[in-house]
Write a protein that binds this ligand. Structure first.
Ligand SMILES: [Zn+2]
Ligand SMILES: [Zn+2]
Length: 142
């Protein structure tokens, strides 16, 4: 679900307002990386983002730092299976779960309940819920 034109501008305005309310600093590079993610049809790796960034091209550490900020603040997610990033598409979720299509690399985000596995002294710092398979559109094409 790539955003463009007025939809993209509106999404960025909403995110700016959200960041302001949460007292987060959406710097030029953070905003631009998020814009590239929102405008993309599918998940992007860091070097894809650099490629789609306007000139002057940012240095990779700038993009990695911006991505880290966006992931830490829940504005974007890292898909571990494919080492790529997507903008957050679900507002107000505790945990993000992803279904990833092997064929077209489409990624869909869902809100997932927190697994009830926090047992004993183990403190979970990160949950990864990623289902890999074939999406409905690809299934009907075969
Ligand atoms: Zn999300
Ligand atoms: Zn597919």
């Amino acid at each position: 679900m790539a955003l463009e034109g007025a939809d993209l501008r509106q999404a960025l305005r909403d995110i700016e307002a959200d960041c302001k309310a949460r007292k987060l600093r959406l710097t030029v590079s953070r905003r631009r990386v998020l814009e590239v993610l929102l405008a993309s049809e599918g998940p992007l790796k860091a070097y894809d983002i650099i490629e789609q960034y306007d000139t002057p091209k940012p240095k990779p550490p700038t993009v990695y730092r911006a991505l880290q900020f966006l992931v830490d603040e829940g504005l974007a997610h890292r898909i571990e299976q494919i080492n790529a990033y997507v903008p957050c598409r679900v507002s107000d979720h505790g945990m993000a779960a992803f279904l990833i299509c092997d064929t077209c690399h489409h990624v869909e985000e869902y809100a997932a309940p927190r697994p009830n596995l926090d047992k004993g002294n183990f403190q979970v710092s990160q949950w990864v819920i990623e289902g890999v398979g074939t999406c409905g559109a690809c299934l009907t094409q075969t």
